[in-house]
Design a protein around this ligand. Structure first.
Ligand SMILES: Nc1ncnc2c1ncn2[C@@H]1O[C@H](COP(=O)(O)OP(=O)(O)O)[C@@H](O)[C@H]1O
Ligand SMILES: Cc1cn([C@H]2C[C@H](O)[C@@H](COP(=O)(O)OP(=O)(O)O)O2)c(=O)[nH]c1=O
Length: 209
């Protein structure tokens, strides 16, 4: 990957959306798009992104637990991810792409899982008081489209096996967050073709260069 000779701090971009919305599909495109413009890209994910985080991910995606335990483990993984990956990369001037970040905790643990929103906010203030993504790409699709894509694709994890109303609450929380933080969150209509979606993503990324 091309190295950029710059003293500027890097950027942090998160990818969000309900399961099956298409975010993983586009992370590779964004990596190539940025690399071809001379950026050094670090691509990562949550939960996970570190050795400890990946162990927490295995528990989170497959073990049943209280929703607050789930949130605490998501933030434990996030704390480690920030310390080991995100902050050092930004300090080096790299661009960090994270498949999910704290918006997912608002959508999944709070709106869908029923946990008090103020507790998620308190955890966010504790774990990353001064760090939010420079841009969040929110891949938005109706539930039926996401479900069809998932069914065609893979064995479902604990979250992906949830019922439609769980994802309806996730999706509306994501859209509510997008309305609350319009400068950070870009809503991408992910029902369109992969090529059309890429063009919209490239236009959004251009704002960060
Ligand atoms: N715009 C699109 N049109 C059609 N299929 C898509 C589109 N985006 C993604 N897909 C397909 O949908 C499935 C789920 O996408 P994925 O990126 O894994 O979703 P997510 O990471 O959001 O759960 C994959 O098979 C992918 O190829
Ligand atoms: C980061 C995060 C993820 N999650 C959930 C959402 C997803 O269902 C799951 C992570 O899976 P996901 O990122 O969708 O990975 P994959 O595309 O490989 O399935 O974790 C939360 O519930 N809260 C969080 O804070």
């Amino acid at each position: 990957m091309t190295q950029e000779n710059s003293a500027l701090p890097g950027k942090f971009i998160s990818f969000e959306g309900i399961d099956g919305a298409g975010k993983s599909t586009h992370i590779g495109f964004v990596t190539e798009w940025l690399a071809s413009r001379g950026k050094t890209v670090v691509s990562s994910r949550e939960p996970g992104g570190t050795a400890l985080g990946e162990k927490l991910r295995a528990l989170l995606l497959h073990e049943k637990m209280h929703v607050e335990t789930e949130a605490l483990l998501m933030f434990a993984s996030r704390r480690e991810h920030l310390a080991q990956v995100i902050e050092p990369a930004i300090a080096r001037g790299d661009w960090v792409l994270s498949d999910r970040f704290t918006d997912a905790s608002f959508a999944y643990q709070s709106a869908a899982g029923g946990m008090d929103r103020a507790k998620i906010m308190a955890l966010a203030q504790w774990v990353h008081p001064h760090r939010w993504p420079d841009m969040t790409l929110l891949f938005d699709v109706p539930l039926e489209v996401a479900r069809e894509r998932l069914d065609a694709e893979r064995t479902l994890d604990k979250f992906e096996q949830e019922k439609a109303d769980f994802f309806a609450r996730c999706r509306s929380e994501y859209l509510r967050l997008a309305a609350e933080f319009p400068d950070r969150i870009v809503v991408i209509d992910s029902t369109r073709s992969i090529d059309e979606t890429r063009a919209t993503i490239a236009a959004a990324l251009g704002r960060l260069l």
